[in-house]
Ligand binder design. Structure first.
Ligand code: SAM
Length: 539
């Protein structure tokens, strides 16, 4: 996979963390830590006790063998003949010969058409299909252009033009039942509707979408457990439960709907097909500007962009999506951000996301992802345990003084257990404040400097060392929460495993690697501070 060929993970045994801390931790770990098993944002035990009934196959009949380009050609008004599909061997991007250079939408006729740079082809690679350059393409060149009516979206221009029919009340009623956080399901309903509709404008596009997705809602129960990371397990469970519930809800709502008004042409839609549609959207849609509202403001809406969605992800992308907008409509271009050499893949940046999002929405994991992170529960008892393990006597995380509580409230860390990233400014601020016994020193600092990760030691070196050591101990606890070590994971992968097991194992290896990197950085900081403290005392 694209970014998967990055640097290898380092086994925890190779890491030099603060040895004294680890010894203290091991010494103390049996009693206090057992009482705080739920170090991650969600209790692992409750999540894996109830693995959802997962979705295996796609029962809806999926069309096959259509030519991807028909969708674009149809922009000129040609009729689509769905019963005359082009064989998959002909699935390729066709350059528009009338456009040898870098075309722009500069006339009404062109506005209705799309284009593809002649130096591009679709290739099958490690990331599935992708776009590859057959030539050198200069920076700034337009690579793909889509007219405004081609993207699939809810309430699209096509609907307004009545080319593909409006969104029926029955479908809108279902869309409104989907919570905002599952936005991909909303557009997924539209995708299912177009898939079921005879003569849909998007049929050629839909017929070429992958039949399966490697997102965890489709993992066997064993591989969901193999993720070993409670925050993600919680998300997977939530999505699976939603799909199972939504299937029932849809059946109930549509039971008396006449076939003419039925949004899915009278066909049953079950959790598997809902899951397929949600994954198709989450892994392929882009959130772009919608049309301008009468007051001039713009909305952001998810859209599926045929052809453009063949581009794979890279943090070092060589292309970007540009939306050209006039008052009425918008057109979508993919533009080369840098010079593209022959055989280069055309890549877009899907976003600076953690592996949780990449796996949950796109079905892949990025090795050494700089945006990956670990979420922990902010829990006084757990922090006391970590602090004691770090050799700090009588920490009072679970019983802060009133003045400390006030600062916690300003950091929004009072009451319900908050979910925090390691290392996040609020977390560090809380540790600094709760490990400080001198109220005056704390009150001399403002909230920003207390939260600053780059500030060396806003409350003095001993306070900072204690805070950092507590964080390191917390990392050790988090690491120990994983039932397997990185070396065991590596050995498992070498044996050869299924795709879903491999993804789950790689995901958890990456999480452990993030913790180890954090520990390594914190240990370095502790050493530096300790050396500074020694030098000051000697002077
Ligand atoms: C927008 S589609 C890109 C086209 C896709 N490869 C295909 O075969 O249709 C996104 C999907 O491509 C794959 N993909 C994209 N970028 C990737 C990467 N850097 N590493 C691994 N898989 C990637 C994932 O399966 C993802 O869900």
């Amino acid at each position: 996979m694209g970014d998967s060929c990055g640097k290898r993970l380092t086994a925890p045994e190779m890491i030099r963390v603060d040895a004294s801390l680890v010894r203290t931790f091991e010494h103390n770990c049996s009693c206090p830590l057992d009482a705080h098993r739920d170090v991650f944002a969600h209790p692992l035990s409750t999540l894996i006790k109830t693995p959802p009934h997962l979705l295996h196959s796609l029962p809806l009949q999926k069309p096959k063998n259509a030519d991807l380009l028909i969708a674009i050609k149809d922009a000129n008004g040609a009729q689509v003949h769905h019963n005359d599909p082009t064989p998959p061997s002909q699935l390729r991007l066709l350059a528009d010969p009338s456009r040898p250079s870098t075309p722009r939408f500069d006339s009404v006729g062109q506005e209705r058409r799309g284009f593809v740079h002649p130096g591009l082809r679709i290739a099958d690679g490690d990331c599935g299909l992708g776009l590859v350059s057959t030539d050198q393409i200069p920076k700034g060149s337009d690579l793909i252009g889509l007219p405004s009516h081609v993207p699939l979206r809810i309430g699209s221009v096509v609907d307004a033009d009545n080319v593909g029919g409006g969104v029926e009340p029955a479908l809108l009623g279902l869309v409104r039942r989907v919570p905002e956080e599952l936005w991909a399901m909303r557009l997924g309903l539209k995708l299912l509707r177009e898939r079921a509709m005879v003569g849909s404008f998007w049929w050629p596009y839909i017929s070429n979408l992958p039949e399966t997705y490697s997102v965890p809602i489709f993992f066997p129960g064993e591989d969901i457990k193999n993720l070993q990371y409670a925050p993600l397990l919680s998300q997977v469970n939530k999505r699976c439960r939603f799909l199972l519930e939504f299937e029932k809800e849809i059946k109930h709502i549509l039971q008396d709907v006449k076939s003419d008004d039925h949004p899915f042409g009278g066909r049953d839609v079950d959790a598997s097909s809902l899951g397929w549609a949600m994954s198709a959207v989450s892994s392929r849609a882009f959130r772009l500007h919608g049309n301008k509202l009468p007051d001039g403001t713009k909305t952001y809406i998810p859209m599926m962009l045929p052809l453009i969605d063949i581009c794979n992800h890279s943090f070092h992308q060589n292309a970007e999506i540009v939306q050209e907008q006039d008052t009425q409509t918008s057109k979508f271009l993919v533009v080369a951000e840098k010079q593209i050499n022959q055989n280069d893949s055309i890549t877009l940046n899907y976003g600076c996301l953690s592996n949780d999002f990449f796996l949950l929405d796109y079905g892949f994991v990025i090795t050494s992802n700089p945006f990956d992170c670990i979420e922990l529960k902010y829990d006084g008892g757990l922090l006391d345990a970590a602090s004691m393990a770090a050799g700090i006597s009588s920490p009072n995380f679970s019983s802060p003084a009133p003045w400390q509580r006030e600062i916690l409230a300003q950091l929004n860390l009072e009451g319900e257990a908050s979910i925090l990233k390691v290392v996040e400014g609020r977390f560090l601020a809380a540790l600094r404040v709760l490990l400080a016994d001198d109220r005056e020193t704390v009150e001399k600092q403002n909230l920003d400097s207390l939260q600053s990760i780059s500030a060396e030691a806003p409350l003095g070196i001993p306070n900072e060392v204690s805070a950092l050591r507590t964080l390191i101990a917390l990392c050790v606890i988090a690491l120990n929460h994983f039932p397997t070590k990185i070396m065991e994971d590596e050995a498992l992968l070498k044996e050869g495993v299924s795709t879903s097991t491999e993804l789950a194992v790689r995901f958890r290896m990456e999480k452990k690697s993030v913790i180890i990197d954090v520990m390594r950085n914190l240990s370095r900081r502790v050493k530096k501070l300790a050396a500074k403290e020694t030098a000051t005392t000697e002077c």
